[in-house]
Ligand binder design. Structure first.
Ligand code: SF4
Ligand code: SF4
Length: 573
């Protein structure tokens, strides 16, 4: 067997390696004499395909960045020759997913490639990437195509043929995001590049962005057990405080002693018996910002706990699960009626003057019509600094039957415009430079009785180089960068204009205030809308995962991008 050191008849040897060389899509000159190969046999998951053996033979090129390929082995090895080796399975479309959420399994939606002649395709090719086949869960080549105003992943699996999956409901976002894109910060690597992305997390040296948000899951236990929980939380262990401290120190060290945002999550972190000690420790470690990721059950019942949280401000906020203003939404997504509980939690936090971000998981047909109501509710509530919308991702207990109905970042952006009567236009919600594929944001400042998006006044795409790779986006940092840059570049530089534009929407004395005064001003006079979308096996895009900047800090001291962690690595840590 090749790679196992046995001698083989020359023809069979050549036949198998030719097949491998063709299969290695990364490096066309990949050759058995030059690079190390790993060969392994395992049983085919779905039983043997007709005419082929029970086993598949996996040849893996171990050279940096090369792709894995699984090749079927013919039933009678001694007769192996090119005509006995299966090259391509005829394409079959697994499912067709429309931007309106309609799905038609098995329908051929794309003009057949085999047709001869000058027939035009019914889509525009946009980009090439790698994705996962939803049938065999193996990596496969994919095109990003644009059709009827939406973007799709057209995946081609060698075994299961073509598959079409919705990528973005509004394809214009793909063009817009490039105006905001910028180089990522180099991150220190923990793991080598060996099996290829996303198997090498992490971070591996190929990752393109540092950690903007480090998430420490302090417990696997949860007092809710939601039907859409990405972590499948319910019962589970609490991490010991010493281990949590080691994870915080690791995150801090890997970010050069200046880490940005630390999220304390779970499970439900408030069920951890030492949650007060954990949060106090996080503040003592001087993270730039600390967030408590919670369902709010404990805060609703325990006023003293809300009062304790006040002692952590400024530089602290509660990231509160809040999916809408209708009980039926909670019944569907969380398994029970919770609206009263959520409102009680908000009331207790307001009484204690603790800043809040409302976090809504958006599922089509459940709460996608609640987006505008959530924005208005947030703007009308004291101490609600913003809302974060997250299109549901399909890992953990995420209901797989909803894949055809997935909501996307650009779809939510469109809905915000529609459901707020254009108070926030879609172009006001701009791609966040640290991760343009996955996060979009707008900031609004109080203007009379309402809020006005800053991005409608300041064209941030003109100043992308002044924006740090961060999710903790602060006006004073932007002003500081503008002043520094204008001093080095001279009066003619655009930076002066940016500084003036920012200062025209802030009080004159803002830069002279103490951090507490600035935080109070921000809490009462600004409002932030963010959309964070995560990728699962169905909309996986190998390019964008490399720049994901929300990283899970694992107990074995790794940083793993949130999407990759939930897709592949959660069960292994
Ligand atoms: S997701 Fe990032 S860390 Fe993980 S394998 Fe890919 S490049 Fe490496
Ligand atoms: S989604 Fe949050 S609240 Fe719901 S079960 Fe999972 S960890 Fe608990």
């Amino acid at each position: 067997m090749p790679g196992a050191g046995r001698r083989l008849p020359f023809m069979r040897f050549l036949c198998e390696y030719r097949q491998f060389a063709r299969a290695c899509s990364t490096h066309s000159r990949c050759h058995f004499r030059k690079y190390r190969l790993r060969t392994a046999r395992r049983e085919h998951r779905d039983g043997p395909p007709p005419g082929l053996s029970r086993h598949i033979e996996a040849h893996r090129c171990l050279r940096k960045g090369h792709r894995r390929r699984h090749l079927y082995r013919v039933r009678a090895p001694h007769r192996a020759s090119p005509q006995h080796v299966r090259r391509f399975t005829p394409p079959t479309i697994v499912a067709t997913v429309g931007a309106d959420g309609s799905s038609s399994p098995g329908t051929r939606a794309i003009t057949p490639r085999t047709k001869a002649g000058c027939m035009l395709r019914d889509y525009v090719f946009h980009d090439a990437t790698r994705s996962f086949c939803s049938a065999c869960q193996e990596l496969c080549d994919a095109k990003i195509i644009i059709k009827n105003g939406s973007a799709y992943l057209l995946k081609t699996c060698r075994t299961h043929g073509e598959e079409l999956a919705l990528f973005e409901e509004d394809a214009s976002y793909l063009f817009e995001k490039h105006r905001y894109d910028k180089p990522g910060n180099r991150a220190k690597a923990e793991t080598p590049v060996r099996d290829g992305c996303p198997y090498d997390c992490g971070l591996c040296p190929d990752h393109e962005q540092h950690t903007c948000i480090g998430l420490i899951e302090v417990t696997h236990a949860c007092d809710l057990g939601c039907p859409v929980c990405y972590a499948s939380s319910g019962t589970g262990e609490h991490l010991p405080l010493e281990q949590i401290e080691r994870m915080m120190d690791f995150y801090k060290a890997r970010e050069g002693g200046k880490p940005e945002i630390l999220q304390i999550g779970g499970g439900e972190p408030t069920t951890h018996p030492q949650i007060e000690a954990i949060l106090t420790l996080a503040k003592r470690k001087r993270f730039k910002y600390v967030m408590l990721n919670t369902n709010g059950l404990r805060i609703a019942e325990d006023r003293a706990f809300a009062t304790f949280l006040r002692s952590l401000t400024p530089g602290f906020e509660v990231y509160l699960q809040f999916d809408g203003l209708k009980e039926r939404v909670y019944q569907k997504l969380r398994g029970r009626k919770l609206l009263e509980t959520k409102l009680a939690a908000i009331e207790n936090l307001q009484a204690a003057e603790v800043p809040i971000t409302l976090v809504a998981t958006i599922v089509r047909g459940v709460n996608d019509t609640q987006i505008g109501d959530i924005v208005h509710f947030g703007m009308d509530s004291d101490y609600v600094r913003g809302v974060n919308f997250q299109p549901v991702a399909f890992f953990g207990r995420g209901p797989a039957e909803n894949i055809a109905n997935r909501v996307t970042l650009s779809g939510i952006r469109r809905e915000i415009e529609r459901q707020t009567d254009s108070q926030f236009k879609r172009e006001d919600i701009v791609p966040l430079p640290c991760d343009v594929d996955r996060v979009a944001v707008t900031y609004a400042v109080r203007n009379g009785n309402g809020f006005m998006p800053v991005t409608s006044k300041i064209k941030l795409d003109n100043y992308v180089e002044l924006i740090d790779n961060t999710m903790d986006f602060r006006a004073e940092d932007l002003v500081k960068n503008a002043i520094t840059r204008s001093l080095t570049k001279g009066i003619a530089c655009d930076c002066f204009r940016l500084k003036d534009e920012i200062m025209s929407i802030l009080p004159e004395e803002y830069l002279k205030w103490t951090p507490r005064q600035r935080a109070d001003f921000i809490d009462k006079n600004t409002f932030r809308i963010t959309i964070s979308s995560f990728i699962d096996r169905y909309n996986f895009d190998a390019k964008s995962i490399k720049k994901e900047c929300v990283h899970v800090i694992t107990p074995d001291l790794k940083r793993i991008p949130f999407s990759a962690y939930n897709m592949l690595h959660r069960s292994q840590t």
